[in-house]
Design a protein around this ligand. Structure first.
Ligand SMILES: *[C@@H]1O[C@H](CO)[C@@H](O)[C@H](O)[C@H]1NC(C)=O
Ligand SMILES: *[C@@H]1O[C@H](CO)[C@@H](O)[C@H](O)[C@H]1NC(C)=O
Length: 258
């Protein structure tokens, strides 16, 4: 990032969105073999299908994303970043559900105009479309899809999500942050405590379990010497048990200090 951002200059959200859009058009333009559609002034019409939750409890939802994309589009038009293209955003409610997200994606595909999908953000919904969009040659960009599987190598044969690009933080980047901190401070012992039923608007359960999974995988990949005879594992917080007991029994002095 450093190379592209002059120091002392912050990247405003509309610049980031504009970059994302230019990237999406770049990807879909380069790969698309579909017929082009003509917009006003003979510009090529580029439809971006945004399949996002309409539920405002989610961190990225239609009422929040739509104005950001409008601002980004204004920026693109004003600075003539895509002089030969006219962007057209269409929205559908993913309901954070693999079933509904997939139905919306298929409907968009059948209309034959979609050049890129923005969203879904919920992991299971993103996975449902991420497993088929490569077959249509339509890229999927999302600020969500946090679990590790989306970050797997996309160029190996049989990759699960070859045309999914994440543009935000993920469980991998969170894990990278923790591992960097551990290395910096020379920490060697880790005990992860998590709750099962959290962030239930994204998935019914396991959100934090999957976050822990990613963390431990990244710790192992970095060869940090934990989880040997100490049996460093993560622990599900029982809803009923006293949190003080959990800290005493599960963390205790075994995981205190370095
Ligand atoms: C989102 O919800 C609002 C309010 O209920 C509704 O007017 C709008 O049509 C919905 N948008 C989509 C894409 O479903
Ligand atoms: C991804 O897989 C390709 C092909 O097997 C390999 O050349 C490349 O180094 C891998 N990339 C990463 C980041 O592991």
């Amino acid at each position: 990032m450093q190379r592209f951002l002059p120091s002392g200059r912050r990247l405003a959200p509309q610049h980031l969105c504009a970059m994302m859009l230019v990237l999406a058009i770049g990807i879909s333009g380069a790969r698309s073999r579909r017929t082009s559609h003509v917009g006003s002034g003979n510009k090529e019409l580029v439809q971006i299908s945004c399949i996002l939750p309409n539920n405002t409890h989610m961190y990225a939802h239609i009422p929040r994303v739509r104005p950001a994309l409008d601002i980004a589009n204004d920026y693109i038009v004003r600075h003539r970043l895509l002089p030969d293209h006219q962007l057209d955003f269409t929205y559908a409610d993913s309901r954070c559900s693999p079933t509904y997200a997939q139905i919306e994606a298929i409907d968009f595909y059948m209309k034959g105009k979609t050049r890129a999908f923005f969203g879904p953000v919920c992991d299971y919904a993103a996975a449902a479309i991420g497993r088929i969009n490569w077959h249509w040659d339509i890229p999927l960009l999302t600020p969500g899809a946090l679990v590790q599987d989306f970050g797997e190598n996309k160029t190996v044969a049989g990759a699960q999500f070859p045309m999914v690009t994440r543009v935000g933080a993920s469980f991998d980047s969170m894990s990278g942050f923790v591992v960097t901190m551990m290395t910096q401070f020379g920490w060697r012992r880790v005990k992860g405590l998590y709750e099962r039923h959290t962030n239930t608007e994204v998935m019914d359960e396991n959100f934090c379990y999957l976050a822990m999974n990613a963390l431990y995988a990244v710790i192992a990949r970095n060869g940090l010497p934990i989880g040997t005879d100490e049996g460093s594992t993560f622990f599900e917080m029982p809803t009923s048990q006293d949190k003080g007991d959990v800290l005493r029994n599960e963390v205790g002095v075994k995981y205190a200090g370095k």
